[in-house]
Write a protein that binds this ligand. Structure first.
Ligand code: SAM
Length: 286
C-alpha cells in the first residue's frame, strides 16, 4: 500500500504508534507522518527509526523534541507554530500519546487556542491487554502507573476497591511482584487477574488466574520487558482456593485428574494449568 502524501489542514495530529510490533502502525498514521509540515516526538530517535522502517520520507523536516520536561515554554513554542498555520504530527515513544505518555498539556493548550486537534488512533497497551485477559471489557478503569511510594500505592489501591469494572495497571518489571502483593493485600487474593508481558512482541506472555495464583507462579516469571496487570472487579467470578478444592474433590470421585481439572476450570472460568496443579496434589493424596 502506497503512502499518500497530501497537504493537511493546520492543527495538531495525535498519532498512535506501535507498542512492539512495528507493523501495528496504521496506514493513516503513515500518511499523516508523511504529510504533516512538522513532526514532534517524545523520543526523536524512536520516531526517526519508525519512519525509516516504514519508508516515510522526512523530506528535510526536522523532528522536534517534545516530552514531559519540555514545560510550558515547549508547549507554547509548538502552539505558536500551529497558529502560524502549520500541521503538527505528535508521537509519543510508543502507543497512544497522553496514555501514560506526554501530549496532554499540548492538547489542552491547542484546544484553548482554538487549534483543531485530530486523533490518528492506533494501539494502546491498555486496550491490547484488556482484550486478551478474558476479564470483562464492558466497563474498565485505566489506572496506569501507581505512585512509587508504598503508602501512596496502598491508598490508591484502597480507593479502587469498589470500582465496578476491570482495573488496568501499567508497571515496570522491577515492581511487578510488589504490585501483585499490594493488590492482594488491598483487594484480596481471590479476584481474577492477568499479567500481560511484552504484548505484540516476540516474548508475549499472558498469565491468567486469581491474584493469589498469579503470586504463586511468580517464581518462573521473567521480570524483563513491559507489563500490564489487569484485575477483575469485586465479586466478579471470585473463586477461593477452598472452593476449587471442594469442586475438584467432588469431580475426582468420578473422573481422572486431567478430566477433573478440565471440568472444574471450565465451570469456574479458570486457567486449566492452575486447576490442574491443585488437582495433581489432591490426586496424590487420594
Ligand atoms: N502510551 C502507551 C500506551 O498507549 O499504552 C503507554 C506508554 S507508558 C510510558 C509505557 C508502559 O505501557 C509500560 O511500562 C507498560 O506498562 C505498558 N506497555 C507498553 N508497551 C507494552 C507492551 N508491549 N506490553 C505490555 N505492556 C506495555
Amino acid at each position: 500500500m502506497k503512502i499518500e502524501t497530501k497537504p493537511l489542514p493546520p492543527g495538531l495530529y495525535l498519532v498512535s504508534t506501535p507498542i512492539g510490533s512495528a507493523r501495528d502502525i496504521t496506514l493513516r498514521a503513515l500518511d499523516v507522518l508523511a504529510s504533516a509540515d512538522l513532526i514532534a516526538a517524545e523520543d526523536t530517535r524512536t520516531a526517526r527509526k519508525l519512519l525509516e522502517i516504514h519508508g516515510v520520507p522526512l523530506g528535510g523536516r526536522q523532528i522536534l523534541s517534545h516530552h514531559d520536561h519540555s514545560g510550558m515554554a515547549g508547549v507554547n513554542g509548538l502552539v505558536a507554530l500551529m497558529r502560524e498555520g502549520k500541521s503538527l504530527a505528535y508521537v509519543s515513544e510508543a502507543g497512544t500519546p497522553m496514555i501514560a505518555d506526554p501530549g496532554f498539556e499540548l492538547g489542552r493548550a491547542a484546544i484553548a487556542e482554538g487549534i483543531a486537534i485530530t486523533a490518528v488512533p492506533g494501539v494502546s497497551a491498555a486496550i491490547t491487554a484488556l482484550t486478551v485477559t478474558g476479564l470483562p471489557t464492558d466497563q474498565f478503569h485505566f489506572v496506569g502507573f501507581l505512585p512509587t511510594s508504598q503508602a501512596q500505592r496502598q491508598a490508591a489501591i484502597a480507593d479502587l476497591r469498589d470500582v465496578p469494572g476491570t482495573l488496568v495497571f501499567y508497571e515496570s518489571p522491577k515492581r511487578i511482584d510488589e504490585l501483585l502483593n499490594t493488590l492482594a493485600e488491598g483487594l484480596g487474593q481471590g479476584r481474577q487477574a492477568a499479567i500481560c508481558r511484552e504484548l505484540t512482541k516476540k516474548f508475549e506472555e499472558v498469565r491468567r488466574g486469581t491474584i493469589g495464583a498469579l503470586i504463586g507462579g511468580l517464581e518462573d516469571l521473567t521480570r524483563k520487558g513491559e507489563f500490564v496487570v489487569c484485575v477483575g472487579k469485586a465479586g466478579e467470578a471470585e473463586v477461593s482456593e477452598a472452593e476449587i478444592i471442594a469442586a475438584l474433590e467432588d469431580a475426582l470421585k468420578t473422573m481422572r485428574v486431567k478430566d477433573a481439572a478440565t471440568a472444574v476450570a471450565g465451570a469456574h472460568g479458570l486457567p486449566r494449568r492452575q486447576v490442574y496443579q491443585i488437582a495433581l496434589e489432591l490426586g496424590k493424596k487420594r
